[in-house]
Ligand binder design. Structure first.
Ligand code: ZN
Length: 431
């Protein structure tokens, strides 16, 4: 498989953040990484490769250099995407003719893109096994739900200023009234558990529409969950491909970015600082001293210039598909990039022969946020916000450039093969 086929395969195997963490873990195991549970003491050997998970939905991986290096080269991306989360009592009657699912919005999706599209359900089932409470991943694995539009004849304003009420318009149907209970049974069966052992579930709707490369010259790549599984995939591939350097390479795949990151496993949690502290303790290093020569790449996709609405982009910052890695700036510091971190990361891209482009919001638009500035409140270090240009962010089917995943893998492989040293604040050497 080429890089884009591998990326699309990874996305298909990652319907939820739980599955994304598992897919990254499987890739890392293949490359010789071993799991260290947070609940156990850690022994780190020189040359060792390790990862740990929290909540089964966030993962941090690192390798231990054979030198006494203690600074970190970190790349963080998020494994969650906007979707619909099922409520505890997930089935309800609809018009006496259907069973529909009672859902809430998770994150800020483009609602229209979720309509009239076959959907599936996946997530985590918690079961009683003997005296233990155990979590199992589950996936219906086939199309089981759909949110139908109202016909144009019944809603004449459907093409003008349509608004969606999440408690009325966005519930999917899963079958006829006699299908009650069938979804739970299917999800239990696919998780390999007995329905009577199920204690609780975290379930999400997702799109199974396969990703594809398209365009008259195969320029583009579209898939569900491109934001941010594209950056997760590229960072994991880069970590596995990197050469050993005089720094500790770290990959952080964090959940809950789409809902603000304030969970025990999100970028605002202690997960990343806890892991970095344990690495420093195991190596007899000072965590504060390590931070001064460490660097964080916050990798999350960026908005490309829209073909029909170029006026929505800043006139002088026009990221394009296949234009290489986008470095993002924001005066309000929703993006962490500053002159120092831009200079360092642009130098990494230059050394890897990867083109760089720049993003800034129009001066009259607030724009979005991501995980770098939030992670920085927990462990503060030089940090840059980057991503790949894409269209239709938060659609159920997003579009990027077919050449860009290879660009990002090359840049991040170079980043993970590098180290930073510093003698004074503002003075750095990149090797
Ligand atoms: Zn994102």
């Amino acid at each position: 498989m080429n890089v884009n086929e591998q990326l699309l395969d990874f996305i298909a195997r990652s319907p939820t953040a739980f599955h994304a963490a598992a897919a990254v873990a499987a890739r890392l195991e293949e490359a010789g990484y071993r799991c260290l549970p947070e609940s156990q003491p850690w022994t780190l050997l020189p040359g060792g490769k390790y990862y740990t998970t929290r909540n089964q939905s966030s993962l941090i991986a690192f390798s231990v250099p054979r030198t006494d290096a203690a600074a970190f080269m970190i790349c963080a991306a998020h494994g969650d995407s906007p979707c619909f989360k099922l409520k505890e009592h997930e089935e309800a009657d609809a018009a006496g003719l259907y069973v529909r699912l009672n859902t809430e919005r998770y994150g800020g999706m483009l609602c229209a893109s979720w309509m009239d599209r076959p959907l599936s359900v996946a997530g985590r089932i918690v079961v009683r096994e003997g005296g233990r409470i155990v979590s199992r991943l589950t996936d219906a694995g086939r199309d089981v739900a759909l949110i139908p539009n109202v016909a144009i004849h019944m809603m004449r304003n459907a093409n003008e200023n349509m608004s969606y009420n999440a408690n009325v318009d966005l519930f999917p149907i899963v079958g006829s009234p006699d299908a009650r209970g069938a979804l739970r049974a299917l999800l239990a069966e696919n998780a390999g558990v007995r329905p009577q052992d199920v204690l609780a579930m975290d379930l999400m709707l997702y799109s199974r529409t396969p990703g594809c490369v398209w365009g008259v010259k195969d320029e583009y790549l579209s898939a569900p969950r491109l934001d941010d599984l594209c950056c997760v995939f590229c960072a994991a591939e880069a970590l596995c491909a990197a050469d050993e350097a005089a720094a500790i390479p770290v990959l952080a795949v964090l959940d809950n970015e789409e809902v603000g990151s304030h969970t025990k496993q999100g970028a605002a949690s202690t997960f990343l600082p806890d892991v970095l502290s344990r690495i420093c303790e195991a190596r007899g290093a000072d965590r504060r001293q390590a931070a001064a020569a460490s660097f964080l790449v916050s990798a999350d996709n960026a908005h490309a210039v829209h073909p029909n609405h170029p006026e929505l982009s800043d006139a002088h910052h026009r990221p394009r598909l296949n234009g290489g890695v986008v470095i993002k700036h924001n005066a309000s510091q929703k993006y962490t990039t500053d002159a120092v971190s831009e200079a360092i990361f642009a130098s990494v891209c230059d050394a890897a022969s990867v083109p760089v482009q720049y993003f800034a919001n129009r001066s009259d638009m607030p724009g979005g946020s991501t995980l770098g500035n939030i992670a920085n409140t927990q462990y503060s270090l030089n940090s840059v916000d980057i991503g790949l240009a894409q269209l239709a962010m938060h659609s159920a089917y997003e579009t990027g450039g077919a050449e860009d995943p290879a660009h990002l893998i090359r840049a991040l492989t170079r980043f993970y093969s590098s180290s930073l040293s510093t003698r004074a604040d503002g003075e750095y050497e990149l090797r």
